[in-house]
Design a protein around this ligand. Structure first.
Ligand SMILES: *Cc1c(COP(=O)(O)O)cnc(C)c1O
Length: 378
């Protein structure tokens, strides 16, 4: 597709060089012993699964984490080599594809381990064991030591790694810090018990982004870098002990499609929730909630940039369009570019996510499939 077509209505631009920069910054704060497993699930948090993985491969990354079997297959079909760990459940009926595409399956709990074992596969399945140390989402209970030992000795599995997941690593309360430390010690004790039995544990890993930022003295074989790889925090002002300079990789743009003057007391958009208090100049913009720009940003005084100047979104956000107030901006005309998410503080993903009452992870991974994507590397 030509640039004109890609940038005709609403589009996302990904700066791959910024992902490279973030990777470099992350390396600075993780223990020398730890390698980086890059988390590229959910279309690389809306940044493009294949393009991001290709860039990371060029930068020497050999370990990737995805959430689903299909994401793993998509990477292989696009010639991504190295280790690809599926972090979540794969339907037992599709397990042959894990082997066929040389992926690594997570053993998500005790029942799943038994179901996999009962398949009596002819070839050992490559797995990492997920250990539940307190999040209670997935994982084998950390107390089931004998069960875990048996998995290492089973003919069904080739256990390449063992990992767990923090649930409050982004919190600064004493209670939560205590809980994260408890998770570390549950995981470490288990690893030690396996070692005491001369079991080769395979690769160990525990920290994701906030674990990297706030518990960086842990040194496991891998850290799993997700949101910070994309240059943003999950939330504005979130707890972050490490001083790390991140550059957001994603920008979201749309175009002004028309401009009109409205009078005092005129209203804008569905529901007539916005009422002009004076004569105003408003512009219509070619993006809406079907593109992933959340409808619940309506009425939240959210900002966009037009010709480098701040403008406010007014009235209800529609499915395909929204309106902004441009009374104080000169020379606005149809076709002008509007920046809705970018590096500038008023439109950073953290700012928009806060107003949408969510975290950046959700905001970016839910950007719509109708948007055009372009990647730059500079
Ligand atoms: C999504 C996910 C990650 C990445 O989390 P971030 O906070 O984005 O770094 C790491 N590990 C697991 C198990 C995950 O599900």
């Amino acid at each position: 597709m030509s640039d004109e077509l890609l940038k005709g209505r609403a589009w996302v631009e990904i700066n791959l060089a910024n992902i490279g920069h973030n990777l470099h910054e992350i390396k600075k704060i993780v223990s020398e012993k730890s390698n980086i497993m890059t988390v590229v699930k959910a279309n690389a948090y809306g940044h493009g699964l294949v393009e991001v993985a290709q860039k990371l491969s060029q930068l020497g990354i050999t370990d990737f984490a995805v959430a689903t079997l299909q994401e793993g297959i998509q990477l292989r079909e696009n010639h991504i080599t190295g280790n690809i760990l599926i972090l979540g459940y794969t339907d037992i009926k599709n397990i042959h594809l894990v082997t066929e595409y040389d992926l690594i399956q997570t053993v998500v709990d005790e029942q799943y381990a038994k179901s996999l074992r009962d398949l009596s596969l002819t070839k050992k399945l490559n797995v990492h064991l997920k250990i539940n140390t307190g999040m209670n989402r997935i994982g084998i209970n950390y107390k089931n030591i004998q069960f875990i030992k048996n998995l290492y000795c089973s003919n069904a599995f080739n256990v390449l790694g063992i990992f767990s997941h923090f649930c409050v690593a982004d919190s600064a309360t004493l209670e939560d810090i205590q809980f994260s430390k408890e998770q570390i010690s549950r995981f470490d004790d288990l690893i030690q018990k396996l070692k005491d039995d001369h079991i080769d544990t395979g690769f160990t890993h525990l920290q994701s982004s906030y674990g990297i930022l706030n518990y960086h003295d842990s040194n496991y074989d891998f850290v799993r870098a997700g949101i910070i790889l994309y240059g943003i925090h999950s939330e504005k002002d979130s707890f972050c002990l490490s001083n790390i300079s991140l550059k957001p990789a994603l920008s979201l743009y749309a175009r002004i499609t028309g401009i009109k003057e409205i009078e005092k007391d005129d209203t804008v958009s569905y529901g007539r929730k916005y009422k002009a208090t004076k004569k105003e100049k408003i512009a219509t913009v070619s993006i809406g909630y079907a593109d992933g720009y959340p409808r619940n940003l309506s009425g939240k005084h959210v900002k966009v940039l037009v010709n480098g100047k701040e403008a406010e979104v007014i009235g209800r956000i529609c499915m395909d369009q929204l309106m902004i107030c441009v009374t104080d901006i000169d020379n606005v005309k149809p076709g002008d570019i509007v920046t809705l998410i970018g590096e500038q503080s008023c439109i950073r993903a953290e700012e928009i996510a806060e107003k949408a009452e969510t975290i950046t992870n959700e905001l970016l991974s839910r950007l719509g499939s109708r948007l055009n994507y372009m990647w730059i590397d500079e």
